[in-house]
Design a protein around this ligand. Structure first.
Ligand code: NAP
Length: 260
């Protein structure tokens, strides 16, 4: 039996992917850190989509031991879809980072996604499609969001290179590059504090899911989500780096958001 593997399934965007896949009658293998949240998610999916086949496994994806456990549990199945959603958006001056935060953010936003791509490729069904959730932050180095933007940038590059490597094996890899998404309360609050264009370019999780699946179906290597975000990304290439960095530093210097 073939499964769709979704990391970060318990988060807001991850849950939107789960619902769409359940609607499309995929068999689901879901992971997140909390077994309670996973069980509640599974129950809600089974209630909304009777007959859906849903397996869950709790793992901290920054831990090699936990990843080994996940791979042992999932290794008996094959996968026709992988969506790497798990991520953490710590946003604060780098000078305030502990060693633990550096390791955590690097691992969850990059290492874990790469590791799970490796697993899924080794346990692939025919025509495996991989979607890696990146961010427009990965297209531009961002002061006060430096590690997050670097990790997402690395994930974009990794996805694009891997897509070329795996083409001959019938595997597609798509870097999905969203701008702001109306997800957690703190993110929604942050979006509402932004200017007109930033609010205008923000998308719902459901919109991002549909665009991601469309891009994966077409075998796109990368896709910026939303027309306005596409225009902003294209135009920003024309602006000198120094000006962009000064603007971002000024607008982000007072934002302080942690994650664990
Ligand atoms: N929201 C935005 O504006 C935005 C914009 C661009 C890109 N993105 C990207 O979209 C993705 C989802 O964002 P979201 O807003 O939906 O975030 P979210 O609701 O906070 O969900 C994050 C998910 O990642 C999981 N996770 C975090 N650390 C983990 C770890 N160490 N091991 C395993 N799982 C872990 C969380 O699991 P738990 O339930 O256990 O915490 C949760 O399921 C992220 O990759 C984010 O970078 C978001």
């Amino acid at each position: 039996m073939e499964y769709a593997l979704i990391t970060g399934a318990t988060g807001v965007l991850g849950t939107a992917f789960c619902r769409e896949f359940a609607k499309r009658r995929y068999n689901l293998f879901l992971t997140g850190r909390s077994i309670d949240k996973l069980t509640a998610l599974k129950n809600s999916l089974v209630e909304a989509y009777p007959g859906v086949n849903c397996l869950v496994y709790a793992a901290d994806l920054t831990s090699e031991e936990d990843r080994k456990g996940l791979f042992a549990a999932a290794g008996q199945y094959s996968f026709n879809m992988l969506v790497n959603v798990a991520g953490a958006d710590i946003q604060k001056p780098f000078i305030g980072y502990s060693e633990e935060k550096i390791t955590f953010q690097s691992r969850i936003n990059f290492e874990a996604a790469v590791s799970i791509c490796g697993f899924a490729i080794n346990h692939r069904a025919q025509n495996l499609k991989i979607i890696n959730i990146c961010s427009v932050c990965g297209l531009q180095p961002m002061p006060y969001f430096a590690l997050y933007s670097a990790c997402k940038g690395a994930l974009i590059d990794f996805s694009v290179a891997l897509s070329a490597e795996m083409k001959k094996n019938g595997v597609t890899v798509t870097a999905v590059i969203p701008g702001s998404i109306y997800t957690r309360d703190d993110v929604r609050e942050y979006i509402s504090s932004l200017g007109f264009w930033a609010k205008k370019s923000a998308k719902t999780p459901e919109y991002v899911v549909i665009k991601s699946l469309k891009a994966a179906r077409k075998g796109k290597r990368k896709t910026v989500v939303g027309g306005l975000n596409k225009v902003i990304c294209a135009l920003s290439k024309l602006v000198p780096q120094g000006i962009k960095l000064r603007y971002i530093a000024r607008s982000r210097a007072n934002v302080c958001k942690d994650a664990f």
